[in-house]
Design a protein around this ligand. Structure first.
Ligand code: FMN
Length: 369
């Protein structure tokens, strides 16, 4: 019975399918609601939001679905040297970015007082908002925060890129662990070792994590259809989390150029790069990544690099220009076939059901192949 296990019972969902959270405005309430109302767990990435926005967001989500959902934060909110610009660092970065700002006809920026939101403030708002599920990446909340989640009946999901990270998450008393393989779109959310040393694939990671921890394992990375769901469940996961497949759906906050590129031949190649944020993430390659990678030593620490590229991205998106947009994508992107979250949920459930109940003789061929 793939649809009923500790994961589904603990969270009160009908199917062990999670819509992965997206940061940077790519999550949306319609996407979350389509998935939660369809029996899965919708998520919203809130790491870029102010505490007041997190409270308001949660109120709005509750207006869109009465079903369980997850809010997501980044525990580590900056890398060393990434909290604020020094004047010298800022003027060097302006010179570095000037050719791109000029090309996109953007005025050169003034040095900001504050670059990004702080986790310590966001978590207070999240506890007050008390979503059914709190999922997090880039670290583990303190014992005190985890205790406060338990008292408020907020289930917790921590992300691991290695077996050691999964063991640390389980030992801290987190309710469930996301084992995220290196095929995944978005950031490598490693927190014990550098991301470059935390590049285990989903097929290798999931069974090892399942063997080492007793809490439910959720598999992520390269899963886009029922074959992937069934494979992950067979490897020992109780649930799956899909990112790129839901990002491609019309309900997501992805820009038209991002969504179009996901369905284009360009999606056959993805790369890991620090170019857009200062942290390692998987993208469809473009001109900005190629040019920035030529001078890796000038990439600023997270989130200072994001502050500069956010302006390029905004201008590029308005022009429908893929070369300066951050085209986050999974290695499995060429397998995408659904453009609506409701249809994606229905096809995932039907395909997984067919495979898990053995209603196909051998192998499973997607209808569109
Ligand atoms: C554009 C984008 C943004 C993401 N932002 C976040 C985030 O803020 N927090 C998080 O926990 N995971 C984030 N992820 C990871 C997804 O939630 C999910 O785990 C991942 O995409 C799964 O791999 P897949 O893309 O191969 O399905 C992001 C992924 C993408 C593609």
């Amino acid at each position: 019975m793939w649809k009923s296990n500790t994961f589904t019972r603990r969270l009160g969902v009908s199917y062990p399918i999670v819509q992965g959270p997206f940061g940077g405005g790519l999550s949306s309430i319609p996407l979350l609601a389509a998935v939660s109302n369809g029996g899965g767990l919708g998520s919203f990435g809130a790491h870029y939001m102010t505490p007041a926005q997190i409270i308001e967001l949660t109120r709005d989500i509750r207006g869109a679905t009465a079903r369980p959902f997850a809010l997501n934060l980044w525990i580590s909110d900056h890398d060393p040297g990434g909290l604020a610009f020094t004047p010298e660092q800022f003027s060097q970065a302006v010179q570095r970015f000037k050719p791109w700002f000029d090309e996109l006809e953007l005025p050169l920026p003034e040095m900001p007082q504050r670059v990004s939101e702080r986790y310590e403030e966001q978590i207070e708002a999240l506890l007050e908002a008390a979503p059914p599920v709190f999922s997090f990446v880039f670290g583990i909340p303190s014992a005190d925060i985890l205790e406060q989640c338990r008292r408020r009946n907020i289930a917790t999901i921590g992300a691991a890129t290695t077996v050691d990270e999964a063991v640390a998450i389980a030992a801290a008393g987190v309710d469930m662990v996301l084992a995220t393989g290196f095929e995944a779109g978005g950031h490598r959310v490693a927190f014990l070792k550098p991301a470059e040393q935390s590049l285990v694939g989903t097929f290798a990671l999931v069974p090892q994590v399942a063997d080492r921890v007793s809490i439910p394992v959720i598999a992520a990375g390269g899963i886009v259809d029922g074959r992937g769901v069934a494979a992950a469940l067979t490897l020992g996961a109780q649930a799956v989390q899909l990112g790129t497949a839901f990002l491609a759906c019309s309900e997501s906050g992805a820009s038209p150029i991002h969504r179009d590129t996901l369905f284009s031949p360009r999606a056959q190649q993805t790369v890991l790069s620090r170019a857009f944020t200062g942290r390692l993430a998987r993208f469809i390659p473009n001109r900005f990544i190629a040019e920035m990678e030529l001078h890796q030593e000038t990439i600023l620490p997270f989130p200072l690099q994001s502050w500069f590229t956010a302006q390029l991205k905004k201008a590029a998106t308005a022009r429908h220009d893929p070369e300066f947009s951050s085209l986050y994508a999974s290695q499995a992107t060429p397998l995408l076939s659904q453009r609506s979250a409701t249809a994606l949920m229905e096809s995932l459930i039907a395909e997984t059901e067919q495979i898990m109940t053995g209603r196909r003789d051998s192998g499973f061929k997607m209808d569109n192949h």
